[in-house]
Design a protein around this ligand. Structure first.
Ligand code: HAS
Length: 560
């Protein structure tokens, strides 16, 4: 499909700005493993503080990259399947809001005025521009939803009996989840944090802020995941050489995400004393509910891949696994997808452990957690984002991928690094190794009385994995920008591989309309969150004053 120059320009900018920022994000990832392994026994390196680096790492990789990509991929999906480009003025508006927000937050982080990590829990206080920047980034990502909804309703009127393309359904569901969940964090930022950070209000209700954050925070992880799932359902079977085993299974999974992505946030707060046990248990049960669409996805994708393998001549029960195009350079996207999926098997299993109300006590706030989430957000999410960014740039610009062999090997290198890193982190977590801690100054420093020799092997493994991932990440940056610098060899076009469905499933009306699902979504959210907010309101202690991340004494006392 041919698209206009303006459309291409916006998409290229939305893909390349976050990939450029990745250099900073990935560098700080490596630095984390170096500090934690005790190789560096200091609180800062090159004038960048440990927590400043960790904040940059989390915000750039988990918030900026994912949000820019979700919007760009949404534009591309809507344009490709609706055969119509979104409104250019709104595309630019969304882009500028996101860029302005990112620049504001980046200034605050680089100036050392917002070392509050990507969760920005109070009473750690950031500069108001950090919160404002985050809010602008979010508002910028809301804008396209309204335009896509308009495009979709027009398309629906013209095609009342045609099944909504799965990728369009997924994009709309993802951005509805995003819109609803971000309302809570917008309230947290605008009403609680900014006035408190400016000094207009004396204290902040920490428990309420955390509860509002996690209303947003867990849905956020599915906002990261769904673009990857859209690619797995609609593109992967095609590049594997097969068909999608069931389109209906994909629809069911997507609607289940709409129901269960938000009302599970309290599973991040099992240890918060202000929330009653029964509420935690209910959120725990719903968390098992949100794992169901991923189980559906695992079986549907495995069946689709098995079909592809058998079509390629595979025999026996598991022979199909050997007949997939792992190193086929002309189908390099496959490598990004399959490595992400393999990592997600472990990311999923560790997530189920986290969800257990009792087992969570063992791993909460330990290194196990980064072990878990790197195999999710830095697994299927990251790999499909970078793989697809490269694919979209190359096909839309008409430029061949630079060092295609390297581009195909990068995801395997990343996966190996990630498996080693996450194994080290998970093992360390089970031995009590804390997350978000500069272990080098104490626990991994033999000169410290707190030295823990049993954490040497675990942190060393994480360091080895970190180095391999850093190399893979940098190779990707070379491939991506090398491609940008290449000369055009063809007329660029928007061309996405589309997987055919294996079964000719009839259109089921329930899985092709939003209203019943939206109503159910609201009911479940109310059931899960009204009691949680009442509990927080009843049990919260005094409000907290402002704290600087580098000082255990409140700011007001320090300055007096
Ligand atoms: Fe999680 C904490 C529970 C999924 C991200 N999670 C986090 C944090 C992050 C995160 C960032 O219940 C830390 C937040 C912080 O900073 O404090 N998580 C779950 C559960 C799932 C889950 C039950 N998480 C994700 C995803 C993420 C993500 C997805 C990012 C994208 N998580 C938790 C809990 C906590 C938590 C607690 C809080 C813990 C605490 O104490 O603080 C589920 O959605 C997982 C379901 C997944 C599966 C796997 C399906 C497998 C597939 C692959 C199939 C492979 C094939 C290939 C087909 C059931 C689809 C086969 C072919 C071959 C050739 C082999």
């Amino acid at each position: 499909m041919q698209v206009t120059k303006t459309f291409k320009r916006i998409i290229f900018l939305e893909l390349s700005i976050p990939v450029a920022l990745l250099t900073i994000g990935i560098y700080h990832g490596l630095m984390q493993t170096i500090y934690r392994a005790g190789v560096l026994r200091d609180t800062s390196f090159f004038k960048l503080d440990y927590y400043q680096g960790l904040t940059l790492h989390g915000v750039i990789n988990a918030i900026v990259l994912t949000t820019f990509f979700a919007v760009a991929f949404g534009h591309v999906t809507m344009a490709f399947y609706m055969k119509k480009e979104p409104n250019k003025n709104l595309m630019w508006l969304s882009f500028f809001l996101k860029v302005t927000g990112t620049l504001m937050a980046a200034w605050a982080m680089l100036a050392g005025k917002a070392s509050v990590l990507y969760t920005f829990y109070p009473p750690l206080k950031a500069h108001p521009l950090f919160y404002l920047g985050a809010a602008l980034l979010i508002v910028g990502s809301w804008v396209p939803l309204f335009d896509w909804a308009r495009m979709y309703s027009r398309w629906k009127k013209e095609n009342p009996t045609v099944k909504t393309p799965l990728a369009v359904l997924g994009t709309l569901i993802n951005f509805i989840i995003w819109f609803v969940c971000t309302l809570a964090v917008a309230y947290e930022v605008l009403v609680l944090l900014i006035p408190w950070s400016m000094g207009w209000t004396k204290g902040v209700n920490v428990s309420l802020a955390r509860t509002l954050f996690w209303f947003f925070g867990h849905a956020l992880v599915y906002f990261w995941l769904l673009p990857a799932y859209i690619m797995f359902y609609t593109i992967l079977p095609k590049v594997a050489g097969g068909k999608l085993y069931s389109d209906l299974a994909g629809r069911i999974a997507l609607f289940l995400f709409l129901l269960f992505s938000i009302p599970v946030g309290v599973h991040h707060q099992y240890s918060d004393p202000t929330i009653a046990q029964g509420i935690k248990f209910f959120h725990g049960m719903l968390t098992y509910g949100v794992a169901i669409p991923s189980f559906i996805t695992a079986f549907t994708l495995a069946a689709s891949l098995e079909y592809a393998g058998r079509k390629n001549g595979a025999k026996g029960l598991f022979g199909w696994m050997k007949k997939l195009p792992y190193f086929d350079e002309s189908r390099y996207l496959f490598a990004y997808f399959i490595c992400g999926l393999i990592l997600f098997i472990f990311g999923g299993v560790t997530g189920i452990v986290n969800a257990s109300y009792s087992l969570n006590n063992v791993i909460h706030n330990t290194a196990w957690l980064p072990g878990h989430f790197h195999m999710t957000v830095a697994g299927p999410v990251f790999l499909s984002i970078v793989g697809m960014s490269l694919y979209l740039y190359s096909t839309m610009s008409g430029k061949k991928v630079f060092m295609r062999k390297v581009a195909t090997i990068v995801p395997y290198l990343w996966m190996i690094g990630m498996l080693i890193f996450s194994f080290g982190m998970s093992w360390g977590g089970l031995r009590g190794e804390p997350r978000r801690t500069n272990l080098g100054v104490t626990y991994l420093n033999p000169e410290s009385g707190l030295y823990r020799p049993d954490w040497v092997p675990t942190t060393t493994l994480a360091l080895c994995g970190g180095i391999i991932m850093f190399i893979a990440g940098m190779l990707f940056i070379v491939v991506f920008f090398g491609t940008i610098l290449k000369k055009k060899t063809a007329e660029g076009a928007l061309d996405i591989p589309v997987a055919e469905a294996y079964h000719d499933e009839k259109r089921v009306a329930l899985f092709d309309k939003f209203k019943p699902w939206l109503v159910t979504m609201v009911i479940i959210i109310c059931l899960a969150y009204i009691p949680a907010l009442m509990s927080v309101n009843k049990n919260s202690g005094p409000e907290a004053p402002r704290f600087d991340p580098n000082n255990p004494v409140p700011i007001e006392t320090v300055t007096k």
